[in-house]
Design a protein around this ligand. Structure first.
Ligand SMILES: [Mn+2]
Length: 312
């Protein structure tokens, strides 16, 4: 049986040993308050990724040649607490293997686990939180691992910077650091926010990206859409600058809630993920050139012919 690879890339680039990048799907949707469906996010994202061109025009790179290993999804869901712990342990295991670890959710509560792992592994961590919602509740509906609490822990023990915020509870003001929060209504009339936010970052930056940060006109497939969000090119401009000026140590993308009638959001998520990888590795030479990949593909095919008589 052929194992599925990220974006259908050749096996050569998908092996754990040689891949620089690891992708962990977390199809979890246990606590979402309104529309369910973020558990279908990773599958829709992976399907869209398979139908995406893998040459990035802007950076003139094919980042998949750095190797992207798709690991088995984290499916622990007996409670949000056990899910968070499973994500935490899985992410940490791959950071320890010196991989650039990326995670695709799932609803935002998964990020409690991802951030915890990165914060344990990297000193002086900045968490760049891009979202429509503040997600600063200490607990919600009886749980500290609800999606409404996604960055409460980060607010207590990392340098948390929040971008795109336009929906919150008044109680969250007691936790929020005004100086490090970039509200969407301010961003709309002041384009100095990018430099200001980057100036507040330490060198090690983890990005947690809730897709509802985008304007619903370009990202309708999310559980809790909010008007007045980020657009595509301003988002890319900001991300590119962060990747160029800081040591981005990993990222997660969450809250894709696919709609079978409109696939454009799935493709936006796929492209965003690939863009972020392209920015991260734009100055790294790919270790294998096309010819090597072709040769080993050829050898693999021949080997499997010899080993598997049932194919005839
Ligand atoms: Mn959100």
């Amino acid at each position: 049986m052929k194992t599925k690879t990220y974006a259908g890339i050749p096996e050569e680039f998908a092996k754990l040993e040689s891949a620089k990048i690891v992708l962990i799907p977390v199809p979890y949707d246990g606590t979402s308050t309104w529309q369910k469906g973020a558990d279908k996010g990773p599958e829709a994202f992976l399907n869209a990724s398979e139908n995406m061109e893998l040459y990035d025009i802007e950076t003139d790179t094919e980042v998949y040649k750095q190797g992207v290993h798709l690991v088995d999804a984290v499916t622990e869901n007996s409670s949000s607490e056990t899910m968070v712990e499973a994500v935490h342990q899985t992410v940490k295991r791959y950071i320890k293997k010196n991989k650039f670890v990326t995670i695709f959710g799932g609803e935002h509560s998964i990020s409690i686990g991802t951030i915890r792992a990165f914060n344990e592994m990297y000193p002086s961590l900045t968490v760049l939180h891009i979202d429509a919602h503040a997600d600063l509740r200490e607990s919600y509906k009886g749980s500290k691992c609800n999606h409404a609490c996604a960055v409460y822990e980060a607010s207590q023990n990392t340098n948390l910077i929040q971008v795109g915020i336009r929906s919150m509870d008044v109680m969250e003001k007691t936790v929020m650091d005004d100086e490090k929060t970039y509200f969407a209504h301010d961003m709309a009339i002041d384009d100095t926010w990018m430099d200001a936010a980057i100036d507040q970052m330490t060198d090690n930056v983890f990005i947690t990206f809730d897709l509802d940060a985008f304007d619903p006109s370009i990202m309708p497939s999310t559980g809790t859409p909010e008007p007045g969000g980020l657009l595509w090119y301003e988002t890319l401009e900001f991300l590119k600058q962060v990747f160029e000026e800081k040591n981005v140590v990993g990222f997660d993308i969450v809250e894709l809630c696919p709609n079978s009638k409109d696939k454009s959001s799935d493709f936006l998520a796929a492209k965003l993920y690939y863009k972020m990888l392209s920015y991260k590795f734009q100055n790294d030479e790919a270790e294998d050139d096309y010819n090597n990949a072709f040769d080993s593909d050829y050898i693999n095919k021949n080997n499997s012919k010899h080993n598997d008589g049932d194919d005839y």
